[in-house]
Design a protein around this ligand. Structure first.
Ligand code: NAD
Length: 437
């Protein structure tokens, strides 16, 4: 099938590459000429494990192409996926739908044969209705169906998630659209991935409900971690103890510095705006957003407390800057709030991340970016493990300690056993575990 993907970011590029790998003919469109130019040279605009080979393989097979020209991309396409960004609208937190609606208008002017327009971007309930209204206004004669097909992939594991999804949610209102979507996902359907057909509105809501629920789980265990620290429990044990209950599940129960990234922060806030407009409050999600915002600042204070009475003039090395491992995405990363809190207190901050340094540079211009964890730690007063990259999970603690001015380790991911950290001469600080005697 001939497919066009509009918006070649994380979701658009991964979806396009995977659809072409299924055997479909895919053109990825983006208005960012530098991005398309790089892709045409085989250079990936994002770090995502395995993506470069997947793209190269399908470009070589003639099934995947890139263009800045929308008309070229959509020509003859039976399905057009909209995968542009839906960031928080400045000022009020509503999802900014101007890119989605802009693309709908442009597509409308180009429709030729029967087409299914699929919204893959995360969009508030009712957006599909407006996309359909725009298309009917611009192209009253066109035969077009509008479908919602939210994406659940995780950055860092995007290809595996796309190819082996827990489920595919399709919100479609007519038979032809359902048939086209079945055809597109047939290779996954054969793999027994559940293809869930719903109304368009239910599909749109499902995406927000999923993200809000996961954000709630993370925030729940983070608050339990705080309680553990005060009353003397170990959140790792509590998390395992509840996670083994099949009704709860062990995923997303790792206490840490709070959720960040390109999705949870903006999607939880956008969902609250939908709820507010509908006068149907989501009080649990309201609490989650507040608690998580406060937590990021609290992590900065935790590091300052570990530094002692006078943090001014001290040096702190942050290890891991991206919002999670295996991505270079810095959007709403907890490291940003931690850097802010430390710099406000007069601390000099150094940073290291295996992949996100280029993205981090403009966001944290005063942070001294280093080539590796040991370089970052040399002469520092404290090391803070912020993001649990594999490359940061097995540091030589003796070597790290030997070069430091003061030996303080703040492990915001509870990676290192406190005894080992202390054996290397560090003062240990973790998350949700009782202070060491
Ligand atoms: P992104 O910012 O990485 O990519 C969006 C792309 O769209 C950019 O390259 C931009 O240049 C392009 N674009 C914007 N307007 C355009 C236009 N008129 N024509 C052509 N291209 C245009 O965004 P992303 O992270 O891929 O997210 C896209 C959507 O998917 C969002 O709604 C997001 O919430 C959702 N989503 C993201 C993830 C994730 O992990 N990143 C996961 C699931 C869902």
């Amino acid at each position: 099938m001939r497919i066009a993907i509009i918006g070649t970011g994380y979701v658009g590029l991964v979806s396009g590459a995977c659809f072409s790998d299924f055997g479909h003919d895919v053109v990825c469109v983006d208005r960012d000429a530098a991005k398309i130019g790089a892709l045409e040279q085989g250079v990936m605009p994002i770090f995502e494990p395995g993506l470069d080979q997947l793209v190269a393989r399908n470009v070589a097979a003639g099934r995947l192409g890139f263009t800045t020209e929308l008309a070229e991309g959509v020509e003859g396409a039976e399905a057009i996926f909209i995968a542009v960004g839906t960031p928080s609208r400045r000022g009020d937190g509503h999802a900014d739908l101007s890119y989605v609606y802009g693309v709908a208008r442009e597509i409308g002017e180009l429709l030729d044969g029967p087409t299914v327009v699929v919204t893959k971007s995360t969009v508030p309930v009712g957006t599909g209705d407006e996309v359909e209204r725009i298309l009917r206004e611009v192209a009253p004669e066109a035969s077009v169906s509008v479908v919602s097909n939210p994406e659940f992939l995780r950055e860092g594991a995007a290809i595996a998630d796309f190819k082996h999804p827990d489920r595919i949610v399709v919100g479609a209102e007519d038979e032809r659209a359902i048939e086209v979507m079945r055809e597109i996902y047939r290779p996954l359907y054969l793999n027994k991935a559940p293809l869930l057909f719903t109304s368009r509105r239910s599909a749109e809501l499902t995406k927000y409900a999923a993200n809000a629920f996961l954000a709630t789980k993370i925030t729940f265990i983070n608050e339990m971690a705080d309680l553990c620290e005060v009353v003397g429990g170990d959140v790792q044990d509590v998390a395992r103890g509840i996670g083994l209950d099949g009704r709860i599940g062990s995923k997303f129960l790792h206490a840490g510095p709070g959720y960040g990234g390109s999705c949870f922060p903006k999607d939880t806030v956008a969902l609250l705006k939908t709820a507010e407009d509908a006068q149907s409050p989501l009080r649990i999600v309201e609490a989650v957003v507040k608690v998580n915002d406060a937590r990021k600042r609290a992590m900065g204070r935790k590091v300052l407390k570990a530094l002692g009475d006078e943090p001014r003039g001290k040096i702190v090395a942050l290890l891991g800057l991206a919002f999670k491992p295996n991505t270079d995405d810095m959007r709403d990363a907890p490291s940003i709030a931690i850097v802010q809190a430390l710099e406000d207190a007069g601390v000099t901050v150094r940073g290291y991340d295996p992949e996100s340094m280029e993205q981090a540079r403009p966001i944290m211009p005063d942070v001294q970016l280093c080539r590796g964890p040991y370089e970052a730690a040399a002469g520092a007063d404290a090391v803070v493990l912020v993001t649990e990259w594999d490359a940061l999970r097995a540091l030589d603690l003796d070597r790290l300690a030997a070069s430091m001015r003061q030996k303080i380790l703040v492990d915001l991911r509870n990676i290192y056993p406190p005894e080992e950290v202390e054996e290397a001469g560090f003062a240990w600080h973790g998350v949700g575990r009782p202070p060491r005697a």
